[in-house]
Design a protein around this ligand. Structure first.
Ligand code: NAP
Length: 279
């Protein structure tokens, strides 16, 4: 039976550490601020934005909310970002994705100053990760590294298989595992023999976007299994990309959904905000 990696607990530890740091800064009269931009009122985005604001309040980070109407033009959004880039009071800028279809997400990602890009999506931050320079790292993969390290799971020398090659999860995840000296294999929809490759993994990180796709047949006995997926099943219950009940008896460690990777994303966003302030 696998040990469950408790993302709720670990994210709470990180948030409490950040709260202490922010309180120490506040005692010196320094305040940290995050601008949170939402365009339109997609219900899922509203939930994510609401959670981000709540977590800012918990840690003591000021959140400056921009709730813009659906019909906001790309230029209007870029003008707001430009203003925030120049505002010394704002340490981090976050623009909730997805954006309405008339706005080009790449233009927005490129417009946010890399020094304030707490999501870690700007090409300069992505490039910094590739060549091992300091920069902001995409929050979900950064959170997974924290889950592994804080669970005392050794990464160096292990074979890590990452399923998924998206810009926000799969690719940065693979680069981070490489930085931690794992031997890394990246799989995607054109990979042949997925099952055989996954069965070689000491650490299997699943970001495939398909509910319960990975079952015990894909997992080596004793592997560490990290499930990035979030879906609602037929009973409206949350589930991941991994079939938890099938994999749990075979793995040594596993992240549940909910309560695994999910809570780490916001914790690492907050961590990036505090780092943006310290730099
Ligand atoms: P995505 O952009 O849809 O990427 C999915 C990846 O899986 C793609 O690279 C795709 O390959 C690959 N794939 C699809 N079908 C496959 C198959 N049959 N075999 C092998 N590879 C396959 O998704 P994402 O944004 O990376 O997110 C992945 C999952 O994580 C989603 O469930 C999402 O909701 C969740 N997520 C969770 C958090 C969190 O905070 N917990 C954050 C972000 C995302 P191709 O590149 O060839 O198409």
């Amino acid at each position: 039976m696998a040990e469950k990696i408790d993302g709720k607990l670990i994210s709470q530890q990180i948030k409490d550490e950040l709260k202490e740091k922010v309180a120490a800064l506040a005692a010196e009269g320094k305040t940290c601020a995050l601008a949170v931009i939402q365009v339109g009122n997609d219900p899922a985005s509203s939930v994510y934005v609401g959670n981000k604001k709540k977590t800012c309040a918990y840690i003591g980070i000021e959140s400056i909310a921009y709730e813009l109407p659906e019909e906001t033009s790309e230029q209007e959004l870029l003008d707001i970002i430009d203003k925030l880039n120049k505002d010394p009071k704002v340490n981090g800028i976050l623009c909730q994705l997805p954006l309405p279809s008339h706005i080009n997400e790449d233009h927005v990602i490129h417009a946010i100053s890399p020094e304030k890009d707490v999501d870690g999506f700007h090409p300069r931050n992505v490039g910094a990760l590739v060549i091992g320079e300091k920069g902001f790292v995409s929050c979900t993969p950064a959170g997974i590294i924290q889950l592994l390290k804080r669970s005392n799971i050794e990464i160096a020398g292990k074979h890590c298989v990452v399923i998924g090659r998206s810009n926000i999860v799969g690719k940065p995840m693979a680069l981070l595992m490489l930085r931690e000296n794992a031997t890394v294999t990246i799989c995607h929809s054109r990979t042949q023999n997925l099952k055989e490759i996954c069965k070689e993994a000491d650490i299997l990180i699943v970001a495939i976007g398909k509910p319960k796709f990975i079952n015990a047949d894909y997992v080596k006995e004793g592997a560490v299994v990290i499930d990035v997926g979030i879906h609602r099943n037929e009973d409206n219950k949350l589930c991941g990309d991994v079939d938890f009940d099938s994999v749990e008896p075979k793995a040594s460690y596993i992240t549940p959904v909910p309560g695994g990777v999910g809570p780490m994303t916001i914790a690492m966003l907050m961590n990036n905000c505090v780092e943006a302030f310290m730099d």
